[in-house]
Design a protein around this ligand. Structure first.
Ligand code: AMP
Ligand code: TRP
Length: 341
């Protein structure tokens, strides 16, 4: 089912992924990313990072960022990340991320960054006002990944272009300074990598959507979830079937299938002739039941923030040891400083 899990030397493959502490988390984040991290946790040597430096690329405030970091940590632990099985830490606790970003800037081309579609999307035509950090965002992401000799990066489909850039930057660095970085591969699942908006199935479900009904937040109450699914747009026709000409139903069936672990054709067979109403009603209950255990643990964790604080401090300690070892090699290769003559 999974691709090979260890390298020739018998070590488990290294997995690294990151997520921004930028407010609420939705079904796309959960089904496209977090859930896969949790499921694969026993198979790999895992590192998961709360990328607070990335969050600085868009306007935020001190209090908001603080609250968002703690909330994300609790969401990750409530979803099943285990701080014993995985290194979970805050990016800014390990200063090597920012340092390597600067060094990689020197082997990244301005034109490469200008071509990033996420940059173009996030600037919304206002290139003159956005921060330089937003432009440089993919290089910091490359630094995150390359710092840990990462083999696999489990992400949603929207990160493909950033992963390609990471490989290009690593290849260029290796050609110029000698073999230093492992070339990472994106780990993108066939299903769930792109959960779509409930209001417009041609757009991905996103935190930044202006309409609150486009996304289901992991913290939505059962009644809110039921209402959002009832109001979700559907395609013309009345049969519960997926297909290229049925983007809305395909999205709803995908969500159902991922939560229930049931293949889409079986779900289609079960709802044959029953219409959209009955399917949506059941889908709402599937989502409510799928999220309920996470919400319950989240409430418990929020009552005891010391769990997250301690786990993140221990995670940072472990990450720092690995990052420092790698940075010593990188500095030496580039001829920085005069250590070791
Ligand atoms: P972000 O919310 O952009 O920080 O994304 C965090 C993770 O969730 C990344 O791995 C994204 O690729 C993934 N993700 C975000 N939105 C979606 C979506 N609509 N469908 C699937 N995965 C998503
Ligand atoms: N850019 C990613 C996103 O928006 C978050 C991220 C930052 C990341 N650094 C990373 C993902 C390293 C994977 C690996 O979702």
């Amino acid at each position: 089912m999974h691709e090979s899990r260890s390298n020739g030397a018998g070590q488990r493959h290294r997995v690294f992924s990151g997520i921004q502490p930028s407010g609420s988390f939705h079904l796309g984040n959960y089904l496209g990313a977090i859930r896969n991290w949790v499921a694969q946790q026993p198979l790999y040597d895992n590192i998961f990072c709360i990328v607070d430096l990335h969050a600085l690329s868009l306007p935020t405030t001190r209090n908001q960022l603080r609250a968002n970091i703690l909330h994300l940590a609790n969401v990750l632990f409530a979803s099943g990340l285990d701080p014993e099985a995985s290194i979970v830490f805050i990016q800014s606790d390990v200063s090597e991320h920012a340092e390597l970003c600067w060094l990689l800037n020197s082997v990244t081309q301005f034109g490469e960054l200008r071509r990033m579609t996420q940059f173009k999307d996030k600037t919304g035509g206002k290139e003159e006002q956005v921060s330089a950090a937003l432009f440089d965002y993919p290089v910091l992401m490359a630094a995150d990944i390359l710092l840990y000799d990462t083999d696999l990066v489990p992400v949603g489909e929207d990160q493909t272009q950033h992963l390609e850039l990471t490989r290009d930057v690593a290849t260029r660095f290796n050609a110029r300074y000698g073999d230093t970085f492992v070339l990472p591969k994106a780990d993108i699942k066939e299903t769930g990598a792109r959960i779509m908006s409930l209001e417009d199935p041609t757009k991905k479900m996103s935190k930044s959507d202006a309409s609150p009904n486009a996304a289901i937040a992991l913290t939505d109450t059962p009644d809110v979830i039921r209402r959002k699914i009832r109001r979700a747009v559907t395609d013309s026709g009345s049969e519960v079937v997926a297909g290229p000409d049925k983007p809305a139903l395909t999205n709803l069936l995908t969500i159902y299938s991922l939560f229930e672990g049931e293949p889409i054709p079986e779900i289609e067979r079960r709802y044959a002739g029953k219409g959209y109403g009955a399917f949506k009603q059941d889908l709402a209950e599937v989502v409510v039941a799928g999220i309920e255990p996470i919400q319950r643990r989240l409430t418990e964790l929020e009552a005891d923030p010391s769990f997250a604080r301690e786990a993140l401090a221990a995670g940072a300690e472990r990450a720092r040891t690995r990052a420092a070892r790698k940075m010593a090699v990188v500095r030496d290769r580039m001829g920085l400083g005069l250590a070791d003559g």
